[in-house]
Design a protein around this ligand. Structure first.
Ligand SMILES: [Fe+2]
Ligand SMILES: [Fe+2]
Length: 168
């Protein structure tokens, strides 16, 4: 009996089809957030100008690959849960804070935009960890790992912001 109930509770079972779809929707949103972050970080890592921009540019440049890896991980998990990774026409941009500043030396604008994007991801991933709790351990495990990366990114940029606010 114990084995049967364990099988019924697996996220790939028919019984959990509805829950699975809900998780695929959460994963799809996470996927798009990562894709948009890649676009925003590419643009800002190239655009920024000035002596003090170098560190920020390099840091964003390093994050691009990590965020791209997150998008790929989310996409693979969508497929494992019988979903389909969406095509580009379904993309809707949301990262208003990460649009290029009026002046490309405005590092604080970009740093605050990065913190906003990372915070948005952290909030969504915390929701996903709750939504998958006790139901889909594999997705939960994946999201916990990615959440750790985003917390690390946010902490790094909070440190940058602190330095610029002291200097200002
Ligand atoms: Fe990410
Ligand atoms: Fe990040």
């Amino acid at each position: 009996m114990a084995t049967q109930s364990a099988t019924a509770r697996d996220i790939l079972s028919d019984e959990l089809a509805e829950k699975r779809e809900e998780i695929v929707e959460l994963l799809t949103r996470a996927y798009w957030m990562e894709i948009e972050t890649v676009m925003s970080y590419i643009a800002n890592s190239i655009n920024l100008d000035g002596v003090r921009a170098q560190e920020i540019r390099e840091s964003l440049g390093e994050d691009i690959e990590e965020e791209l890896g997150h998008a790929q991980e989310f996409g693979k998990r969508i497929k494992e849960l019988y979903g389909v990774v969406p095509g580009s026409l379904e993309f809707h941009a949301e990262q208003h804070e990460l649009q290029p500043p009026d002046e490309q030396t405005d590092l604080v604008h970009v740093i605050k935009g990065v913190i906003a994007a990372e915070t948005g991801a952290i909030e969504h991933y915390n929701r996903m960890i709750e939504a998958t709790d006790g139901i889909d351990w594999v997705t939960q495990d994946l999201v916990i790992g990615i959440l750790h990366d985003e917390q690390r990114h946010r902490r790094l940029f909070e440190g940058f912001l602190r330095e610029f606010e002291v200097a200002a």
